[in-house]
Design a protein around this ligand. Structure first.
Ligand code: PLP
Length: 430
């Protein structure tokens, strides 16, 4: 790591992973728009391929711009290493890939991003993997869902579509007891609001598409490794802690210790799955991260104001924002995400499905899009869009019932956002 952890978050979000370009002195991290890198000589090339020396071979594996971003996110999360990939969904596959074999399963929270529910319910079955979904507030149910083929426990810190905060300390106690890694999707919280590794997470995954980039320009993902998990202890992770046939029999854990997961993800995951982030995309995300804390402060302040206003409005049935004292998860904010409950929440409109559709159609400042974590305020009616493939029970469990809309509060003036909601609600409930 270039930076020592003595610096504060605001400093690290600008400086971690960044040093003046050795060739030109360029202060900003250049976009290394190159596919391949010249080897000094044949011996250098051999050392790189043997992982005896760290360096650049081919941009499907590593690239200096992408590498700077991975290092920055790893530092902000308090991890030892990270690998960037082409999207958040790619990051989830990359996180599972070194852990899983056909016939293995994961235990995941019912409260997840709709696309993740889909990926885990159906798509991963093509690899012979499966997922058991359980209510992560029911710790006994989580423990009971774990069987001898379980290889990971998966949840979100602040869960999409909103209002729910996972008790990461309690969940990591369950995964620790079972000798399993805990994977936490920290997309909605970002490391500014929540640092899952401090609450026992083994791996942290991100859709960098959202708050880390922050302005809705590029898709990306990242997997951060805490470096703390003992991959050899249970004998359940042969890809990491036994001779790996996909890398000439290297035992990654024996050779690389705490960096085993990161090196495996690059040397095999990116090499063979090819879910690589491109340097141009990494550049946008690096620019975004420089202002992460400033944006998150404002996102949270605005979300708090809007949630309060909506809660007091007679046209609204309920608001699920953990930053409201009425939320059953209010207590968890101080423990899990002390700088705020994020900027993503849902509310139910009196008048149900039809009123929700009218609401989204009449808003002027809020954009109706399938995204979140933008500087702009966004709205989506999950039941008719992102969550429409799910069953009614899955929609309900995910907090995306037909009468519910989700807001991703941006960093505009809160008063303008309130005025926009006010006029659209008037039309929707007339
Ligand atoms: C968007 C999102 C994902 C998927 O990320 P993509 O970059 O869209 O692939 C995963 N988890 C959460 C919480 C998300 O918000």
């Amino acid at each position: 790591m270039t930076d020592t952890p003595k610096y504060g978050f605001d400093t690290l979000q600008i400086h971690a992973g960044a040093k003046p370009d050795p060739a030109t002195g360029a202060r900003q991290i250049p976009i290394y728009q190159t596919t391949a890198y010249v080897f000094r000589d044949a011996d250098h090339a051999a050392k790189l391929f043997n992982l005896q020396e760290v360096g650049y071979i081919y941009s499907r594996l590593t690239n200096p711009t992408v590498g700077a971003l991975a290092e920055r996110i790893a530092v902000l999360e308090g991890g030892v290493g990270a690998v960037c990939c082409s999207s958040g969904h790619a990051a989830q596959i990359m996180a599972l890939f070194p852990l899983m074999e056909p016939g293995c399963n994961i235990v995941a929270s019912t409260r997840l991003y709709g696309g993740t529910v889909q990926q885990f319910s159906n798509t991963i079955r093509k690899f012979g993997w499966s997922c058991t979904f359980v209510d992560f507030d029911d710790l006994d149910a989580v423990a009971a869902a774990i069987d001898e083929n379980t290889r990971a426990v998966f949840c979100e810190s602040i869960a999409n579509p909103g209002g729910y905060i996972t008790d990461l300390d309690a969940i990591s106690a369950v995964s620790d007891k079972a000798g399993l890694p805990l994977i936490v999707d920290n997309t909605s919280a970002t490391p500014y609001l929540c640092r899952p590794i401090e609450h026992g997470a083994t791996l942290v995954v991100h859709s960098t598409t959202k708050y880390l980039t922050g302005n809705g320009t590029v898709t990306g993902g990242c997997v951060v490794d805490s470096g703390k998990f003992n991959w050899a202890a249970s004998g359940k992770f042969p890809s990491l802690a036994a001779p790996e046939p996909a890398y000439h029999g290297l035992n990654f854990y024996e050779a690389l210790g705490g960096m085993a997961f990161t090196f495996h993800s690059i040397a095999i995951g990116l090499r063979d799955l090819g879910m690589t982030m491109n340097p141009q995309g990494a550049h946008y995300t690096l620019m975004g991260i420089e202002t992460l804390s400033l944006r998150m402060e404002k996102h949270v302040e605005n979300a708090q104001k809007l949630a309060k206003w909506l809660e007091n409005d007679p046209r609204i049935d309920f608001v699920t924002y953990a930053g409201l004292e009425s939320s059953p998860y209010y207590e968890r904010v101080a423990k899990i995400c002390p700088k705020g409950a994020g900027a993503l929440f849902t509310f139910a409109v009196k008048g149900g499905y039809d009123a929700c559709v009218k609401l989204v159609d009449n808003l002027q400042l809020f954009s109706h899009v399938a995204n979140l974590g933008d500087t702009r305020s966004l709205i989506i009616h999950s039941a008719s869009t992102t969550h429409r493939q799910l069953t009614a029970a899955q929609q309900e469990a995910a907090g995306a019932a037909p009468n519910v809309v989700r807001l991703s509060i941006g960093v505009e003036d809160a008063d303008d956002l309130i005025a926009d909601l006010d006029q659209a609600l008037a039309k929707a409930t007339a």
